[in-house]
Design a protein around this ligand. Structure first.
Ligand code: TYM
Length: 334
């Protein structure tokens, strides 16, 4: 088993990232056997699609590295690195640009969402972003890719690119990866709008819980979260058509390892005035140790840099045979 996943180091790690992906990364790392390996990386080459100053970018990488370690990624057991330090990602991306089709990229909903109405003004990088993501995965022969629901389409594209490359060059260069998407928390929604995904780029900080928010901020955000006037139903079926209610109940279910039905049964007939303090308390207690560890690690730049140095060296070694095989299959002399 080769587990691989990435996260963009832009802004804070938020509850959506944590429940949709990072918690699964840690679980897979902790359950790994001796034959398996985990690779987790900061997608800083992807983050160039968002304009950021030099100093901020440097800070972002250290922030996200510290957040991942604080959340449970152990750099002695998993390979933790930043993409920019391993040039094989950019090289394989270029090779795969010969295989990926414009029609395939045109269908990517994330590109459409992020480019918005001004498609002509979007960067080329934003358009080919999923090709770099395919390179990230295929370079390491990843078999399992733990991600949130929003990455499913990118994973399907990655499989299409791998299949076409292997077929076009009659070579078995790439392994087809399987997405690992959690059942309960694959799509955590904004606390201000139950129809929009919780995201780093939402201008309202009230829309998300950041892993750096202190106890008071977490509780205040939960209390201000949009809900509705109705009582909680007896079963999850009664949440249909109530996106905000469904999201809050889903978060509590995931955080406490229960089904949404079980949470509904507990709160049936009660309103959100009774529900929110319970949810807030669970979030505060779960996130507090992660935040405290993050704040400690964040004072240790040299230690974080050393973790990333070591990870980059291991990643580069692991990526090399596949990159070489891809050049060779294409008849490119390197
Ligand atoms: P990114 O940085 O947007 O998000 C990191 C991970 O968090 C998940 N996620 C969510 N899950 C549930 N609910 C939400 N509201 C939510 N928001 C984010 C994402 O699904 C993701 O798993 N393109 C990727 C980074 C990447 C990557 C890769 C991932 C680059 N190369 C290779 C896997 C394999 C991204 O922008 O994730």
């Amino acid at each position: 088993m080769r587990v691989l996943s990435g996260i963009q180091p832009t802004g804070n790690l938020h509850l959506g990232n944590y429940l949709g992906a990072i918690r699964n990364w840690v679980k897979m790392q902790d359950e790994m056997d001796a034959e398996s390996q985990c690779f987790f990386f900061l997608a800083d080459m992807h983050s160039i699609t968002v304009h950021e100053g030099r100093e901020q970018r440097i800070r972002n990488v250290r922030d996200m590295a510290a957040a991942l370690v604080a959340a449970g990624i152990d750099p002695d057991r998993s390979v933790l690195f930043n993409q920019a330090r391993v040039p094989a990602h950019a090289e394989l991306c270029w090779l795969l640009n010969g295989t990926a089709r414009i029609g395939w990229l045109n269908r990517m909903t994330q590109f459409k969402d992020k480019a918005g109405k001004d498609r002509e003004g979007a960067s080329v990088g934003l358009f080919v972003y999923p090709v770099l993501q395919a390179a990230d995965i295929l370079l390491y022969q990843a078999t399992h890719v733990p991600v949130g629901e929003d990455q499913k389409q990118h994973l399907e594209l990655c499989r299409d690119i791998a299949t076409k490359f292997n077929t076009d060059f009659s070579a078995d260069v790439f392994t087809l990866p399987a997405p690992i998407i959690p059942k309960e928390s694959a799509r955590i929604m904004s606390l201000r709008d139950g129809t929009a995904k919780m995201s780093k780029s939402d201008p309202s900080d009230l829309s998300r819980i950041n892993l750096t928010d202190d106890d008071d901020a977490i509780m205040a955000k939960v209390k201000k979260a949009k809900s509705d006037q109705d009582m909680l139903p007896e079963t999850a079926e009664g949440l249909a058509g109530r996106p905000e209610a469904g999201n809050l109940v889903g978060i509590l279910a995931t955080m406490t390892g229960r089904t949404t039905d079980a949470v509904c049964a507990e709160f049936a007939g009660k309103g959100f005035g009774a529900f929110k303090p319970v949810l807030g308390e669970v979030l505060v207690e779960t996130l507090r140790p992660i935040r405290q560890r993050f704040l400690e690690l964040r004072t240790e730049d040299a230690a974080l840099d050393a973790i990333l140095d070591k990870g980059a060296a291991k990643a580069a070694t692991a990526a090399e045979p596949t990159l070489r095989a891809a050049y060779d299959a294409m008849g490119l002399m390197r």
